[in-house]
Every structure is written in C-alpha cells, then in structure tokens.
Design a protein. Structure first.
Lengths: 112, 116
C-alpha cells in the first residue's frame, strides 16, 4: 500500500461526457502528479501540482484540467471525452526533493 | 529533452533462469535520478529502486540487482533465478534535478513472462 488513494477505481462513461478523478496523496506529501497510461502511448506525464500551485505540465490535453486543494487532495477533470481517452490514470505523490514518486492504484476509465 | 529507452518489448524465460532488462537514458542534466518500477497484472506501479547520478555503485537486493553505467547511459536490471511471481511489466524512469521538474519520464516498459 503506497498510501496514495485514488477514486473511483473503475469508471465507464460515454463519449462527450465529463468525469472527475480524485487523488489523496500520502500524508505529508505536497506534490501530486497525474499520469495517463494507454496501450499505445505508455505512461505519459500530464501535470504536477505542488502545495496547491501548478508546477509542471506535460502532455495534458486542453480538454483536461486539474487542481490541488488546500487539503492537498487533487482532482483531474476530463471533459468532452473521446474513445481515445480510455486509459488507466495514475496519481502519484512525493516529498519535494526526494525524487521518488509513490503511485496510487489508478483509475481505469473506459469511454464507450 | 530527457528520454528513456527500453528496447526489449517482451521477454519470456523459464523459471529459475536469470534475466536482464535493459534501460538506456538520455539527459543533458548532470544531476538526475533513475528508477525502476514494476507493474504486475493487477495494475499498480510498485517502486523497486532509485539511484542518483552520483552513485554508480551497483546494488543488490535479494534476487534483484542493478547495474548503473554513466559511460553508456545505462541502468540495467537483473533478476536472478526468476520466479513466476516476477511476471510483470517493468518500467525504467528518469527525473532531472536541475530543472526543478521532478516528474518521471518513463520508458515504454518491458513485459516479462516467467513460465513455470
């Protein structure tokens, strides 16, 4: 158990819809990262937050957005969903400077 | 830009064989971390090891060992006497230090199948 909690574990929705994925980092970790794992793209970094502020952006689509709240949990919002957005979405957290990321179990999104 | 290459897409071995998973990385940074993660069929990502760029000592942990060579930009992972439970996808990853960005760049992964 990494200490990072992601909900929901599974989600099935239709094209054009919007979903929100939630992540609670390990206690004390200020950084939260979101990754997308799809069959054809591998593990892609989407975005990082540190103590509520956006720290780095990766290959995140404009239809996707994220935020980190004062209690440090984070949400990834995916809108206007397309079939290609079907993937496993991971959240990770870290102690700043440690370099080590602890991953949650992922949220599996299926878009039909 | 940083890049991690895992040229072996899939490896199949028989139990008790030794197997080495290759990882080659590219970075312009002089300070960086290298990682290996394991993703079993259940899907979670399990941290195996972190190595910083100043520490080229090889490391052994039980049946696992890692060989870091800066001269060839490689960070290879060897499993000795493989077991069926080692079947998983293994990812090598890199994070740069000087840019302040700690997000990991992952390789494409190597799927290891250990047959009984």
């Amino acid at each position: 158990d990494s200490g990072v909690t992601q909900t929901p574990k599974h989600l099935i929705t239709a094209t054009g819809q919007r979903v929100t994925l939630r992540c609670s980092p390990r206690s004390g970790d200020l950084s939260v990262y979101w990754y997308q794992q799809s069959l054809d793209q591998g593990l892609q970094f989407l975005i990082q937050y540190y103590n509520g502020e956006e720290r780095a952006k990766g290959n995140i689509l404009e239809r996707f957005s994220a935020q980190q709240f004062p209690d440090l949990h984070s949400e990834l919002n995916l809108s206007s969903l397309e079939l290609g957005d079907s993937a496993l979405y991971f959240c990770a957290s870290s102690v700043e400077g440690s370099g080590e990321l602890f991953f949650g179990e992922g949220s599996r999104l299926t878009v039909l | 830009a940083q890049k991690v290459t895992q040229a072996q897409t899939e490896i199949s071995v028989v139990e008790k064989e030794d197997v080495t998973l290759d990882c080659v990385y590219e970075t312009r940074d002089t300070t960086y971390y290298l990682f290996w993660y394991k993703q079993p069929p259940s899907g979670e990502l399990v941290f195996l090891i972190r190595r910083n760029s100043f520490d080229e000592q090889n490391e052994i942990s039980g049946r696992y060992s890692w060989n870091f060579q800066k001269s060839t930009s490689s960070f290879n992972f060897t499993i000795t006497a493989s077991q069926v439970v080692d079947s998983a996808v293994y990812f090598c990853a890199l994070s740069e230090f000087s840019t302040g960005r700690r997000a990991l760049t992952f390789g494409s992964g190597t799927r290891l199948q250990v047959q009984p």
